[in-house]
Design a protein around this ligand. Structure first.
Ligand code: TUI
Length: 309
C-alpha cells in the first residue's frame, strides 16, 4: 500500500507508532520499524542524554527508519531537538506546541519534520514553517489532546494543506485505517494498541487496564486550565475532576499529576497513576507482537479498501 507518506518516510506500511512519553522506548520503536511501520521513540519529559542513549540503542538494532517525538512542553526540548539532528534519525514528530524554531536545523540534517496538530490553523502554520507532513490528531486520543474529533479534523486539515496528512486518534484496526484513507489521510498514527504490544515495556497493570477498558472508560482532566489530558478513569482522575469542579488552581492540580504517568508506566500504580489511553481502548483486547498488530491492521484494511491497494 503506497502513499505519499510511505514514500516520504521510506516505510512499507502506512502505520506510524505514536511517540508516547515513557511508553515508546527503543524496544517498541525498533519492533514497529522492523515490522514495516515507523517506530518512534517518545522523548516525553526525559533529559536529552537519555534520548540520545535511546536513539543509539535503536540504531544498533535496526537499519529501518526511526523517529523521535519531542514533547515541546519539556524544558529540555532544545537539547533533544539537537540530539535528533545529531544522531541521524530519519523523522521527528512533535507534540503539544509549535516546533517552527527547530525546522531549519532538522531540514539541514535531512530529517523529515512531522508535527502533530489538533487544528486546521496550526496545520497551515506548520506547512508554512516547512513541515514535510502533518499528523492531525483528534480528541479521541490518549494523553494531551485538542478539542476536535478525528472524523471532523482530518478532512478539514487535508483540504487546508498540500503536504500529506496522517490521521491519529481513535484508530486501532483496519477499519480505522480504511476510514482514515477515505477521509484523505495517507497513513495512520496508532498509540493505544501499541501500549499493550508484547514489545512494550509498560507495567503489566497498565496493560491490563487498557485490555479491560470499555468505550466510556476514559476521562479528560485539565480542561479548566487549558491542558486537557485523556486517561482511563481511576481514583486519581476522580479526585482531580472533583478539585477542578471546586475551582482548584493550576498549581494544586499540577501537583497531583506530576509524575503520574511514570507511576502508571513504571510502578504499575493504577490508583494514583495517569493511565493515558485513547477512547478506542475498548477495542483493544489482546496483547500481540508489533508484527502481528501491523499485519492484522493491513489485512483488514486492504480487504475493506479492495484491490486498488
Ligand atoms: O502531545 C501529544 N500528546 C501527549 S504529550 C504527553 S506528555 C504529558 N505528560 C503529562 C501531562 C501532560 C502531557 C501526553 N500526551 N499529542 C500531540 C498533540 N499536540 N495534541 C495536541 C497538540 C497540540 C496542542 C497545541 C499541538 C500544538 C498546539 O499548539 C499550541 C500553540 O499554540 O503553541
Amino acid at each position: 500500500m503506497k502513499t505519499r507518506i510511505t514514500e516520504l518516510l521510506g516505510i512499507q506500511y502506512p502505520i506510524i507508532q505514536g511517540g508516547m512519553a515513557w511508553v515508546a522506548d527503543y524496544h517498541l520503536a525498533v519492533a514497529v520499524s522492523e515490522a514495516g511501520g515507523l517506530g518512534i521513540i517518545g522523548a516525553g519529559g526525559a533529559p536529552a542524554k537519555f534520548v540520545q542513549e535511546q536513539v543509539r540503542k535503536a540504531r544498533e538494532m535496526t537499519d529501518k527508519p526511526i523517529g523521535v517525538n519531542i514533547m515541546l512542553m519539556n524544558p529540555e526540548a532544545d537539547g533533544i531537538a539537537e540530539v535528533a539532528a545529531r544522531e541521524g534519525v530519519e523523522v521527528v514528530t512533535t507534540g503539544a506546541g509549535n516546533p517552527a524554531k527547530y525546522a531549519a536545523m532538522w531540514k539541514e540534517a535531512g530529517i523529515r519534520v512531522v508535527p502533530v496538530v489538533a487544528s486546521v490553523a496550526m496545520a497551515k502554520m506548520m506547512e508554512r514553517a516547512g513541515a514535510d507532513a502533518i499528523i492531525a490528531e483528534g480528541m479521541e486520543s490518549g494523553g494531551h489532546i485538542g478539542s476536535t474529533t478525528t472524523m471532523a479534523l482530518v478532512p478539514q486539515v487535508v483540504d487546508a494543506v498540500k503536504i500529506p496528512v496522517i490521521a491519529a486518534g481513535g484508530i486501532a484496526d483496519g477499519r480505522g485505517l480504511a476510514a482514515s484513507l477515505m477521509l484523505g489521510a495517507e497513513a495512520v498514527q496508532i498509540g493505544t494498541r501499541f501500549v499493550v504490544a508484547a514489545e512494550s515495556m509498560v507495567h503489566e497493570n497498565y496493560k491490563k487496564k487498557i485490555l479491560a477498558a470499555k468505550d466510556i472508560d476514559s476521562e479528560v482532566t485539565g480542561l479548566s486550565h487549558g491542558h486537557p489530558v485523556r486517561q482511563i478513569r481511576n481514583q486519581m482522575t476522580r479526585e482531580y475532576l472533583k478539585l477542578e469542579k471546586e475551582g482548584a488552581g493550576f498549581e494544586q492540580l499540577e501537583q497531583m499529576t506530576l509524575g503520574a504517568l511514570r507511576k502508571a508506566v513504571v510502578d504499575g500504580d493504577t490508583v494514583h497513576g495517569s493511565l493515558m489511553a485513547g477512547q478506542i481502548a475498548g477495542l483493544v483486547n489482546k496483547e500481540q507482537s508489533c508484527k502481528e498488530i501491523i499485519e492484522d491492521i493491513m489485512r483488514q484494511g486492504k480487504a475493506l479498501l479492495g484491490e486498488r491497494n
